[in-house]
Design a protein around this ligand. Structure first.
Ligand SMILES: C[S@@+](CC[C@H](N)C(=O)[O-])C[C@H]1O[C@@H](n2cnc3c(N)ncnc32)[C@H](O)[C@@H]1O
Length: 448
């Protein structure tokens, strides 16, 4: 390390060239913005115990939520505008000059776009972090347009050491070839913990394989005694005489007569063969609920674990873990709102309920709070309501969505789309959704 010059003191701020991180025009003002009071007010109590849909700007909502919810939220999921300029029901083109897309692709204009998007995102992330519990987790959906910037700004806000993963989510199975160069199959989910801890995320359970062989030709011959009742079988009821069984490759000897009744060996089963297991291990496995199965009269035993525990999350999120795509999500929203809303559902660019359920089940306990402050059509609320109904849980959600106009007279804002979606879900779930009372409250922010 270079020696300190005599003019440097330990308290002096580091020179700009020594600071690692992302700088952009307007950053200082965006930081200050997080500390200014909300420009909106709310006529009712935001600190209660019920789920909420808040209609208003999320910067104001995040400020107003601090009083009652700081350090209370277990999971934040957000799906902000990606700043791609793509056609959507909401603005997705930050500070782009309105003189055509060609200009916006130039270097200086790209810089303006990124800076404006970061100025929107930065104070919201700072405020969001304060709402997380110490063991809270945030997932942020994003695509390649702002991925690099978002990682750097999140590293600053949440700490690089608290960055858990950059997940890839398979967003489509029918990608278009962009200018013949690439097909965009995945987008991303950044995941940070407020304070990195040893908490384990619950993925899906591995399916049970029913036929793991207990014999292995290269093992030395040995004897195993399976206790009476421990071995299930497809053999018919009756006696099974001692003798040589198995196949040319797998020799099995039954050392004492046995008996089958009702799909089970009701006598102890004494077998000799080239087993993978010794007697003590067999007994330990049986005590853990492992199932031993003999399918045919060859008496070759196989085993199946009773259950595998949930797996750690793979960093690819796709159909293999039960999560759908953009196409699934649009169809879900359309089916809840009606065919008349097909175009609106597509332009909403929603996420599938299965994605949100997957994230919620991975980290949340039975009565945790979940926050989504770019709520769009309210998919996060649907996932919480359905999860509660499925397993009689009491998780609560807070959704924030601005009253962005849709251009439709019969459903004039995106916040209204979210309300309609949640009403349709509640109607479908009946009492399961809200344990008797209203499953969520509606709140509108007003100018302060
Ligand atoms: C990508 S969409 C979210 C889609 C959502 N995940 C879903 O599945 O329906 C982003 C949403 O954030 C909303 N939004 C953007 N800026 C906002 C702000 N400042 N306050 C509140 N909502 C905002 C947009 O209107 C849009 O509905």
């Amino acid at each position: 390390m270079a020696p300190q010059s005599s003019t440097e003191s330990a308290d002096a701020p580091p020179p700009p060239e020594a600071v690692f991180g992302l700088l952009w025009p307007g950053k200082a003002a965006a930081l200050a913005e997080a500390e200014t009071p909300s420009r909106a007010r709310c006529a009712c109590d935001l600190a209660g115990d019920e789920s909420l849909v808040i209609e208003g700007d999320n910067l104001d909502a995040l400020k107003l939520l601090q009083a009652g919810h700081a350090g209370r939220i277990k999971l934040i999921y957000i799906d902000p505008p990606y700043n791609t300029g793509a056609e959507a029901l909401y603005p997705d083109d930050f500070a782009a000059p309105r003189v055509g897309r060609r200009q916006a692709k130039g270097g200086e204009d790209r810089g303006r776009l990124h800076a404006a998007w970061l100025n929107m995102t930065y104070p919201r992330l700072i405020l969001a972090r304060r709402l997380l519990r110490d063991d809270g987790v945030i997932f942020i959906s994003i695509d390649a347009a702002e991925l690099a910037n978002l990682i750097l700004v999140c590293d600053e806000v949440f700490g690089e050491a608290n960055r858990i993963e950059v997940f890839s989510w398979v967003r489509t199975t029918t990608p278009a070839a962009l200018a013949g160069k690439t097909k965009k199959v995945v987008e991303f989910l950044l995941c940070y913990e407020r304070q990195r801890s040893g908490q384990v995320y619950r993925g899906v359970e591995k399916p049970v394989r029913s036929a793991n062989p207990l014999l292995n030709q290269s093992n030395p011959p040995g004897e195993l005694v399976f206790p009476a009742g421990a071995v299930t079988t497809a053999l018919p009821d009756g006696a099974v005489p001692a003798g040589a069984y198995g196949s040319a490759a797998y020799v099995v000897e039954l050392l004492a007569d046995a008996r089958v009744e009702g799909g089970r060996f009701v006598s102890a089963l004494r077998l000799r063969g080239r087993f993978r297991w010794r007697q003590a291990y067999l007994e330990a496995q049986l005590a853990m609920g492992v199932v031993i199965y003999i399918a045919t009269a060859r008496l070759i035993p196989a085993y199946a674990k009773a259950r595998y525990g949930p797996e750690a999350l793979p960093n690819l999120i796709d159909a293999k873990v039960g999560v759908g795509t953009n196409e699934t999500a649009t169809a879900e929203l359309r089916s809840l709102l009606g065919d008349d809303f097909a175009d609106l559902a597509r332009r909403m660019r929603p996420k599938p309920v299965s994605l949100l359920s997957y994230l919620i089940e991975a980290v949340c306990g039975p009565d945790d709070w979940v926050l989504d402050f770019f709520a769009g059509s309210g998919v996060t609320g649907q996932a919480v309501l359905e999860g509660n109904a499925r397993a009689a849980l009491c998780r609560r959600f807070i959704l924030v969505q601005s009253p962005q106009a849709t251009g439709r007279a019969d459903c004039s804002t995106i916040a209204e789309i979210a309300r309609r979606r949640l009403d349709a879900v509640v109607a479908r779930l009946g009492h399961g959704a809200g344990a008797g009372g209203p499953p969520y409250g509606l709140v509108k922010l007003e100018p302060a």
